[in-house]
Design a protein around this ligand. Sequence first.
Ligand SMILES: C[S@@+](CC[C@H](N)C(=O)[O-])C[C@H]1O[C@@H](n2cnc3c(N)ncnc32)[C@H](O)[C@@H]1O
Length: 280
Amino acid sequence: MNIVEYRDHFRKTLSSKFKILEIDFIFKSIIDSFFKFDSTLMALNPSKKLSKRQISKLNDSLFLIKNNCPLQYVIGKAFFLDFEIHVNSNVLIPRPETEELVLWSIESLTNGNKVIDLCTGSGCIALALKKNNPSLVVKGLDISRKAISLARKNAKKLKIDIEWLIADIVNFKEEESWFDLVVSNPPYVHPSEIINIHPRVLNYEPKIALLTPKNDPIFYYKHCIDFADKSLKKGGKLFLELNPNYYKEVENQVQNANFSEIQIKNDFMGKKRMLSAVKL
Ligand SMILES: C[S@@+](CC[C@H](N)C(=O)[O-])C[C@H]1O[C@@H](n2cnc3c(N)ncnc32)[C@H](O)[C@@H]1O
């Protein structure tokens, strides 16, 4: 089978799920990632024969995409702002809302600031902050050993120096450190919201990265706020990515702790998605 014949098979198999432009984008991303075939190959050499190994790899990918596996997990990488990171099924695929949170928090940082990213996952937030300003001292924390192992791999690939911590936000304390900025995109989907989640997310992204306990939709926010309250310097800043359905509850929680200048910001979809506050 040649490359164009396989592309046509790919289009036909996925036609009920995606528009043709999306299918072609997925196909090109896969052949580029796996075989380093560039996007002009199909035009310049449409009869390029695929090896048995290549066909088998493409068949596996097609099966996954057909079964709602996100492209990023199939090719093992994702873009965040201006850089590429490894992703796998142990970490959330970074979202555009989180890029907005990073860009907002960058405005508050100055040289040499100490920063911690709680619930770091792939490390995307911590990596973006330090990449933007290498003078920062940045830590990234996650309960998942596998997530931290991937974050470490991402830092190594990008040659970025970050201290990675495997810890539970529920009982994590840093008595020696006073941070200038605490940032987090914690798990924030309440189990009652599962009905609204696409199978692509629900079946493939780690539940530990998504879901809150049934009895407390702002459980992780409470622990991030509590940590920030105890560990931020006076005048230090807290940045949280919000679940728009619970923003008011999170805002109240921050108000009841030692913070002022609480701001809520909309994301590009017009949803209340980010909070910042200043430690009193
Ligand atoms: C929504 S994901 C965010 C990942 C990444 N920061 C991002 O924005 O793409 C939440 C992360 O919280 C981590 N997590 C869940 N429970 C935790 C806990 N008790 N303590 C620390 N991290 C936790 C998960 O492993 C997951 O990586």
